[in-house]
Design a protein around this ligand. Sequence first.
Ligand code: DGJ
Length: 735
Amino acid sequence: MVFMDRARGAFYLENEKMTYAFAVRAPELTEHLWFGARTGHDLPCGQQITSGEAHAVQYPVPDGGYVNRDQIPQEFHQSYAGDFGEPSLLIERADGVRRMDFCYEGYELPEQKPELPGMPQVRADENGRTLLVHYSAGGIRMTQHYTVYDDCSAVVRSVTLENRTSEPVILRRCASFAFSLLPQEFRDMPAGRSEWQAVYLAGGSGSEGNVQRGDLDRGTFSIGSRRGVSSASLNPFLAVVTPQTTETSGPAYGVNLVWSGSFTIRAEITANRNLRLSGGLDDTDFAWRLGPGETFRSPEAVLTYSEEGLSGMSREFHTLYRRHLIPRQFVFRPRPVVINHWEATRFRFTGEQLRRVIDAAAEVPGIDAFILDDGWFGAREDSTSSLGDWVVNEEKLGGSLQELSDYVHARGMQFGLWFEPEMISKDSALYRAHPDWVIRTPDAEPLTGRDQLVLDLANPAVVDSLAESVQAILRETRIEIVKWDCNRDLSEGFSPYLPPDRQAEQSVRQTLGFYALCEKLVRGNPEILFEGCASGGSRFDAGMLYYFPQIWTSDQTDAPARTFIQYGMSMCYPLSAQSCHVTSSPNRRAAHRTPLAARADIAMLGAFGYELDLSAMEPEARAELPKQIGAYRTDVQLILKGDLYRLASPAEGNYFAFELVRPDRTEAKITVMRELELFNRTRLRLCPQGLEPDACYRCPELDLRMQGRSWMHVGFLPRFTPGDFQTAVYHFVKE
Ligand code: DGJ
């Protein structure tokens, strides 16, 4: 899995599907050789095309010659060394020097992947191998970390910087990774044509995960968040593909950060048309003071490669995250089917109302858990008060929390509870006691969002106190599920706790404080299933998945709108990580009616549940629920372990279709939605993928039996009940 050609100083990280290679050409120059389809161990250096050599800044190399660093693909790009592309490192010494000539020092192949203390990380497990490559410059030691797997086409990268001098240095940029792709065509590109395209996820709260695709041209394209959370506006995911890449074929490179805070991912087409990629912490206003003897670790970045287009790339991410990132105790366990009252009651409810919802749920065989959402603590009747006061409002609940939990358990269900730990209301006992615990600038009123302020998690005392107040509830009450919400972006950029010369570390330290809280509460309670949430999917990222096996995907729960969101999020996150509920129709965010069956079919493509007033449902509709839950349970292994093929994108037409195939290919399931019933339009033909070509598959819904190759080439015409927003489901069972 890690092959070294000592004579040529070359390293090959490889498995059956891919090779990632680089070579130490000279101590000062590590050239990135290749990332892509599997190659031999014989890759040459210096394959890049050159341009403008005559005026290049000459960087001396030991053989007496010069190189033009600017044009050489490298494993990291240092500043002020004749490289004018995007640097991946910007370091300033105490004497103001910013040119760093990092020289190769050696490598290690540790038995275990070194731990990333207090941060989310991909596990190496038994299928991974880690390579550490050490460099140093003027007493600063840098280690590039690489982990490669034999069960998925991915490389996990990160960087450690250690200050071995007696003076502090300032880190202004520390990208988790950098590598370059050489031009596809070794000739000038005609105007208006690009060799590479970027695919990424844009949106907002309630419209997360819209797939964007656009040409990359000379210069730098970047996506990022400066919101303190990874954000729904741009997810920390970027794919680069060729214009010919489709869902099923062509090269697709994926980048995803294991980080839940502000970030930047850059894709630059350099002067000689390399595509230089890098990414990690947002560095718009970043300056980390690394004192003598201190170490800084970047978050991890996951790089995937597939020749099978975007769906292939997604399957690599899904495999990696299911096997090596999401907590093992939950990842392959069927998740509880929940009932949540939020959309039915919002903040204002009575204990009696809750008990009605619980009673109605108890009558539906198969509902596993009741989740008590926002509004159970302090004096919370709307968004203006009580965040931070994690004290049960017994008057409102009509008894203690334990009594409510007992009421739920007595009806055969688990009990789940909502928290928003990182936030604080001005109208709260906590704020009155500790106004200095809030992120705020000393001479300005802190800005509110959803009426709330943000606790200063750079301050360990705040983290400890919060952990204790939440833990007290978890200790005193029988709780199996926690929904952890976060309903605003961060502003101010100032921590009252940090000294002036560390204020430009605030955003990173806030995220590290959030992880410290997760270490205590989530990893400290391994038997509790924690669901992430941030006004829906405003913090849906791989960092979260290390702690939270599932995340509430969006507050948009209207099924047709959800197809766009679930489609987009599946680009890099497995379906089992997407929490999806059936809600009433029309709901708050949709004027139209969506059939109950369609709402269930779409919600069943994730961690399934209901979020409506069951007691107000028509009896005929309620009678459908046990059947829906039964269908979900029958297919749950496909959600947990299946390979995803995206057959139709709602953004590209009138249909949405997902296919899930069991890894042993004995079974597949297609869920398709037709948005509008339009008169006399060409019908959709669906061709299943991923079946065994020579095996026979029976489709009970079509009452048809064909060879895998026939299904995959000829396909079938799905049939829908008349009307808009109808779904149909087809199974393919190997005989
Ligand atoms: C936003 C979440 O996305 C909702 O599901 C709900 O939990 C509310 N917050 C509660 O305030």
